[in-house]
Ligand binder design. Structure first.
Ligand SMILES: Nc1ncnc2c1ncn2[C@@H]1O[C@H](COP(=O)(O)OP(=O)(O)OP(=O)(O)O)[C@@H](O)[C@H]1O
Length: 345
C-alpha cells in the first residue's frame, strides 16, 4: 500500500537517509524512535508536505513523490488536532471535502455514519475551544476519515490525552482499522500503545530506519544495541559465543541457540530476571549469586541493580516484593533467568 524507496529529505541540518519501508494494505504500522529521529518528517514526506530530494513514495502502486497532498488519498491526524478555531465542528469535519469532489448525498451519508460511529452528534454546533481533549480527538478523527482515505497518518494522536481518553481512542482506532480497509501509519513514543495497536513497526534513529518487523520481534529480537536499549532491554552485554554458551566477562550464560559468529551480543529483559534470597534448587543454568549495588525508584517498581562479579544485571521488582525480600543496597541475593529469555544478536 505504501512503498517508500531510498527516500532522502534534507531539512536545514536534518537528513532523512535512504529510508525504505513497505506497508501492506490495512496494516496498523507504528513508527517509533527517540525525539528528533525524523518520524514527523517521514510522515510529512508521505503526506507531501516536505520536498523530497531523492527516492520515491508509492501509494497503492502510484508514484506520488511529486504529487500535491490532496491527490494522495490520505487523511492526517495531528498531535494538536489542527482544527480551525473559527469553524464549528460540522464545518471542521467537512472542511477536507473542498479538495475532494463528492456529491452532496454521499457526503451527507458518510458524515452521518461517522458522527454516529464516533459519538459526536452533540458537539456539532460547538467550536473547538469548548471541547475536551478526547472530544477534539474524535472530531479530528472524523475529519481525517471524512475524505474516506486509503491511508491515515497519525502523529502522536494520543499524547495529549489523559489515561482514560487514551484507552478509549486507542480502542476506537483499533476498531476502525479492523472494520475498514484503511492503512494506518502512526508515530508514537508510547510502547504500550505500539504493543496494543501495531501489526508491524519500525524504529528510527538519526534519520534512518534502524529495524523494522513485527512489534513482537522488535521487542524480543532487536538486531542492534540501539534497538535493544530503545525497546527497554536493560541488560545488553557483548559476549563471546561457544555453542549454546555465551561468555560475558567471566560469566558463562546459557543461550537458546548458537550464534553464527564467535562474538556478538546478548540481551535480557529486566522483567525476566528473578531475584531470590536463596539459591535456586533447580536445573536452571543461569543462576548466579550477587550483591545489590543500586535501586532506582520507578514509581510502582524498583529497578534493582545486582552485581555478579564484574557484570551488573538490572531487574524490575514490584515495591511489595522489594519490601518482602528486604532488598537494599549491599544485600546478598541470587538471580536467575531462563536460557529462553536470552536474545543473541
Ligand atoms: N522545516 C524544518 N526545517 C529544518 N529542520 C527541521 C524542519 N522540520 C524538522 N526539522 C528537524 O528535523 C529533525 C527531525 O524532526 P522530527 O520532528 O521529524 O523528529 P521526531 O522524530 O518526530 O521527533 P519528536 O518525537 O520529538 O516529535 C529535528 O532535528 C528537527 O529540528
Amino acid at each position: 500500500m505504501i512503498d517508500i524507496r531510498n527516500l532522502n529529505v534534507h531539512l536545514g541540518e536534518f537528513r532523512l537517509r535512504d529510508v525504505s519501508l513497505s506497508i501492506d494494505p490495512g496494516e496498523f504500522f507504528v513508527l517509533m524512535g527517540p525525539t528528533g529521529a525524523g518520524k514527523t518528517v517521514l510522515l510529512e514526506a508521505v503526506a507531501g508536505l516536505v520536498p523530497v530530494l531523492g527516492g520515491n513514495i508509492f501509494i497503492g502502486g502510484r508514484d506520488v513523490t511529486r504529487m500535491p497532498p490532496e491527490e494522495r488519498g490520505i487523511g492526517i491526524m495531528y498531535q494538536d488536532y489542527a482544527l480551525f478555531p473559527h469553524l464549528t465542528i460540522v464545518r471542521n469535519i467537512k472542511y477536507g471535502l473542498r479538495y475532494h469532489r463528492l456529491d452532496k448525498e454521499t457526503a451527507q451519508k458518510r458524515f452521518g455514519r461517522l458522527v454516529d460511529d464516533l459519538g459526536i452528534g452533540h458537539l456539532l454546533k460547538r467550536y473547538p475551544e469548548t471541547l475536551s481533549g478526547g472530544e477534539l480527538q474524535r472530531v479530528a478523527l472524523a475529519r481525517a476519515l471524512m475524505v474516506e482515505p486509503g491511508i491515515i497518518l497519525l502523529d502522536e494522536p494520543l499524547s495529549a490525552l489523559d489515561q482514560n481518553f487514551r484507552e478509549e481512542i486507542r480502542l476506537l482506532l483499533k476498531k476502525i482499522n479492523r472494520s475498514s480497509h484503511i492503512t494506518f501509519f502512526m508515530v508514537t513514543h508510547d510502547f504500550s500503545e505500539a504493543l496494543t495497536l501495531a501489526t508491524k513497526a519500525a524504529i528510527m534513529c538519526e534519520g534512518a530506519i534502524a529495524q523494522t518487523g513485527s512489534i513482537r520481534d522488535l521487542f524480543s529480537k532487536p538486531a542492534s544495541t540501539f534497538v535493544a536499549s530503545f525497546v527497554g532491554m536493560k541488560n545488553v552485554f557483548s559476549a563471546q559465543f561457544n555453542g549454546n554458551q555465551a561468555c560475558v566477562d567471566s560469566l558463562t550464560i546459557e543461550v537458546p541457540q548458537p550464534h553464527h559468529h564467535s562474538t556478538g551480543y546478548i540481551a535480557v529483559r529486566p522483567e525476566d530476571i528473578v531475584i531470590s534470597l536463596q539459591p535456586f534448587e533447580s536445573s536452571i543454568r543461569n543462576a548466579f549469586p550477587g550483591m545489590i549495588c543500586g535501586m532506582i525508584d520507578q514509581g510502582f517498581l524498583y529497578e534493582v541493580h545486582i552485581r555478579v562479579r564484574a557484570v551488573v544485571f538490572k531487574s524490575l521488582v514490584t515495591k511489595g516484593a522489594a519490601i518482602d525480600l528486604a532488598l537494599d543496597i549491599g544485600a546478598g541475593v541470587h538471580i536467575f533467568f531462563k536460557a529462553s529469555a536470552v536474545h543473541v544478536f
